[in-house]
Design a protein around this ligand. Structure first.
Ligand code: AMP
Ligand code: ZN
Length: 471
């Protein structure tokens, strides 16, 4: 599989450290609010990456954190802790907020068929890991204590900006305007590993540490959690593109300085879901959630298809019109699949051929729009319905669009409707009209048609014979 690696800025053949298991880490949500559908674009594409690796035969161990402490309003370590902000907004405790929005996040994931990572670890559960790393960094001279906080000293690194091909706009995200400078920092990019002197007296969660009672910085949690569960060598680390700087840049700085060797080989970044005014965010414009889409009548699968139709390394523009197009495409696709008959033989060589295009799409830097095209190719292929259904079932291990189960529901609904409207007397009249037509007794055929019309029944002549429906 070729994947674009943000570290080398090119597509590389993916080769895990060990053929036994791919070690994959993904940054999880900050659980102070609902996830918006932009956040969920990132999780959908990470889900497709994990499932593609499994589909291609790898064992994957995937770990994700839940940020329930330490993520301040600005990614540059200033402002209020987002969790505290959420708690104040809703007049609840930080732990209540964390529980509520963690559950809400996984409920959204379930609706979008996003598989739960093998390990999901709230940041508050690994304090000892962070203290161990921060102590190690202090011992090695990569960190310093100032004003009570512990900072990472970026001047000790040969290269700090490891992802240096990002847009200025992306780089600017972490260091927003109006953010006041922290006078304790020796260098502009130094970041907090451990806070003790939060300017917010009411910081809810605090732990004892060698540097005083406090709480971890946001970046250290991902290094600590990933090392705890995946060891010293990561294969893939994933997240949204805004996380590349400063979050992932800082993760690399502290992890490699602590370990003394390279930490993660491949960095996978999903580009943003934008609105017509720029990046979708929680603080700007309409707050679009999965529940909101559902309340407007959209199937979450239409949103998943919308995401899959574009490449993860392109910004995706959300508009209701674009979503409508995806919803219609999904409905038509499922209706088409519903016409396939689950009978006949599977032609193994035809199935392999169909799979080839699909696998080729995944192998080419996770080209999901081509993978979706491979689904349409199946429908157009000249092979048995059984072969087509087998291919669709196989592809849906990665796409997770409910291709077969949704089609089955359509079929069941159609059967139910047919049963509900069955009427032997009308069937007999329709048959009598057909017989009259055959005998060229058109007057009688028209009379029957008019009689049925008066009873609210319309006859539809199809190549398979006359059908009827209530109008
Ligand atoms: P957060 O809960 O704010 O930490 O963000 C969760 C994930 O969503 C991170 O991986 C972000 O990079 C990602 N993200 C944030 N905004 C967007 C967006 N508009 N489009 C795609 N991903 C996003
Ligand atoms: Zn992270």
């Amino acid at each position: 599989m070729y994947l674009y690696n943000s570290l080398s800025h090119k597509k590389e053949l993916f080769t895990p450290n060990s053929p036994e298991e791919v070690k994959m880490y993904t940054c999880g949500p900050t659980v102070y609010h609902y996830a918006h559908i932009g956040n969920l674009r990132t999780y959908i594409m990470e889900d497709v990456l994990e499932k593609s690796l499994r589909y291609l035969g790898y064992n994957v161990k995937r770990v994700m954190n839940i940020t329930d402490v330490g993520h301040l309003a600005s990614d540059a370590d200033t402002g209020e802790d987002k969790m505290l902000k959420g708690a104040k907004r809703e007049n609840k405790s930080v732990m209540e907020i964390a529980k509520f929005y963690t559950d809400a996040f996984f409920s959204d994931c379930d609706k979008l068929n996003i598989k739960r990572p093998d390990v999901v670890q709230p940041a508050t559960g690994c304090i000892d890991e962070y203290i161990k790393i921060v102590s190690g960094l202090l011992d090695k001279g990569f960190a310093y204590v100032a004003g009570g906080n512990v900072y990472f000293d970026t001047s000790k690194l040969d290269k700090y900006y490891v992802f240096n091909d990002h847009d200025q706009e992306d780089l600017a995200v972490g260091v927003r305007e109006g953010v006041e400078e922290d006078p304790n920092k020796r260098n502009k990019n130094d970041f907090v590993l451990w806070f003790t002197k939060s300017k917010f007296e009411d910081q809810a969660l605090k732990w004892d540490s060698p540097w005083g009672v406090g709480y971890p910085g946001w970046h250290i949690e991902c290094s600590g959690i990933s090392m705890k569960y995946l060891g010293e060598h990561l294969d893939i680390h994933a997240g949204g593109i805004d996380n590349a700087f400063p979050h992932h840049t800082n993760e690399i700085a502290q992890s490699e300085s602590y370990l003394g060797h390279k930490w993660c080989n491949y960095w996978f970044h999903v580009h943003h879901l934008n609105t017509d005014t720029g990046k979708m965010s929680k603080s700007k414009g309409e707050f679009l959630t999965v529940s909101l889409l559902e309340s407007k009548g959209y199937d979450p699968m239409a949103y998943r298809l919308f995401c899959l139709q574009s490449h993860y390394r392109r910004n995706l523009v959300f508009s209701w019109e674009n979503l409508d197009n995806a919803a219609l495409a999904y409905q038509k696709l499922i209706a088409k699949i519903a016409t396939l008959k689950p009978e006949g033989e599977v032609d193994a060589s035809a199935l392999e051929k169909l799979k080839e295009r699909f696998v080729g799409a995944l192998n080419g830097d996770l080209n999901t729009s081509l993978a979706v095209t491979a689904v349409y190719d199946v429908l157009k292929a000249k092979c048995s319905d059984a072969t087509k259904l087998a291919a669709l079932k196989d592809f849906d291990r990665v796409l997770s669009l409910n291709l077969l189960s949704a089609a089955e529901k359509v079929r069941a609904q159609e059967a139910e409707e047919a049963a509900a409207s069955a009427d032997p007397e009308i069937d007999a009249l329709v048959a009598a009209r057909t017989a009259a037509k055959k005998e060229k007794n058109f007057a009688e055929a028209d009379r029957i048609r008019d009689e049925l019309k008066a009873r609210g029944i319309e006859i539809i002549d199809t190549p398979q014979g006359a059908k009827w429906r209530r109008v």
